[in-house]
Design a protein around this ligand. Structure first.
Ligand SMILES: Nc1ncnc2c1ncn2[C@@H]1O[C@H](COP(=O)(O)OP(=O)(O)OP(=O)(O)O)[C@@H](O)[C@H]1O
Ligand SMILES: [Mg+2]
Length: 286
């Protein structure tokens, strides 16, 4: 375990207590998140996996403080989240790099604006982070000169230089081709294993979730709540070969079964038919 963790710095426990969020007016309310409770443990990588549209980004927005729950509480180290803050950094799927600034300028922008550290200190850390994410040669290039994968790596460096208590990643690798995605997962898992900063990672890809996670949180369909938390005990440092182990296969099977059940449940609700029962042999008529 690394020194940061041992010294007790960067301890960050995030608690979601019976969080609910609906959209719409009183006539056509849509319950997106319902009674959602979860503890995101300090210095662990927690991955939320759930189908598209189940409410993952809604949840991220609540945790980031961009939106407020209708009921329930979100606490970071015991303190209620009431709005956005530097203690939580979010990396989204869409790039948020400023196109008129170079990669390096994008990375140092936040800390230099706040002026809490010396410029020399910030520049040195930016260089170190950009080297780590494989952008050594691209520090002085503009975002448009970077590939999609490189832009995501620059975003990672830009978030990490702020030393947030918790990093929140909302499908940051979605839309990348398979090779770039795999590369990103490796870069990301190395960064995580180095500093073990509390991380909440959202994805709809089960293999990505298992490769990265210490704890895998399988979400239910809408209204979204926690279906099951699975501890992933694959050793670290992780490598892709581990995904072919019996252990990884078992995690995958369990997560897929749960997600399949959730999908069928919502299909049944939507269609009003007893498809689940029919498949189970209980819904057959004459
Ligand atoms: N501001 C809003 N107003 C009304 N409805 C919203 C709002 N934000 C989200 N929704 C609805 O909430 C539901 C969940 O959306 P959300 O983006 O959280 O899902 P998601 O799991 O992140 O999906 P994806 O996998 O596509 O990213 C959707 O049906 C969406 O239409
Ligand atoms: Mg989303």
């Amino acid at each position: 375990m690394n020194a940061e963790v041992k010294s007790g710095q960067n301890q960050a426990t995030l608690e979601l207590q019976n969080v609910s969020r609906s959209y719409g007016d009183e006539w056509s309310q849509e319950h997106i998140i319902a009674d959602f409770s979860l503890t995101v443990e300090s210095n662990k990588l927690t991955v939320l996996v759930g189908p598209s549209g189940c409410g993952k980004s809604t949840l991220v927005n609540l945790i980031a403080g961009f939106d407020k729950p209708d009921s329930g509480k979100i606490l970071l180290n015991g303190k209620q989240v009431t709005g956005p803050g530097q203690d939580r950094m979010v990396v989204f799927q869409e790039t948020a790099l400023m196109p008129w600034q170079t990669t390096r300028q994008n990375v140092v922008f936040g800390p230099k604006l706040r002026g809490e550290r010396s410029d020399a200190d910030i520049d040195a850390e930016a260089n170190r982070l950009l080297d780590k994410v494989g952008l050594a040669e691209f520090k002085d290039k503009y975002p448009i000169q970077l590939s999609g994968g490189m832009q995501r790596r620059a975003e990672l460096a830009r978030a990490m230089i702020n030393h947030p208590l918790i990093m929140i990643m909302d499908e940051p690798f979605r839309g990348l081709d398979a090779m770039s995605r795999e590369l990103m997962q490796e870069f990301f898992v190395r960064l995580y294993e180095e500093n073990r900063r509390t991380n909440l990672f959202v994805t709809s890809e089960i293999e990505e979730a298992i490769f990265l996670a210490d704890r895998l949180v399988v979400l239910s369909n809408r209204p979204t709540s926690v279906r099951k938390v699975i501890d992933i005990t694959l050793p670290r440092p992780r490598d892709f070969h581990m995904l072919s182990s019996t252990e990884a296969y078992e995690y995958k099977r369990e997560a897929m079964e749960l997600l399949h059940e959730e999908a069928m449940r919502s299909f049944n609700r939507a269609s009003g038919s007893g498809l689940m029962d029919a498949i189970a042999g209980g819904g057959g008529g004459d």
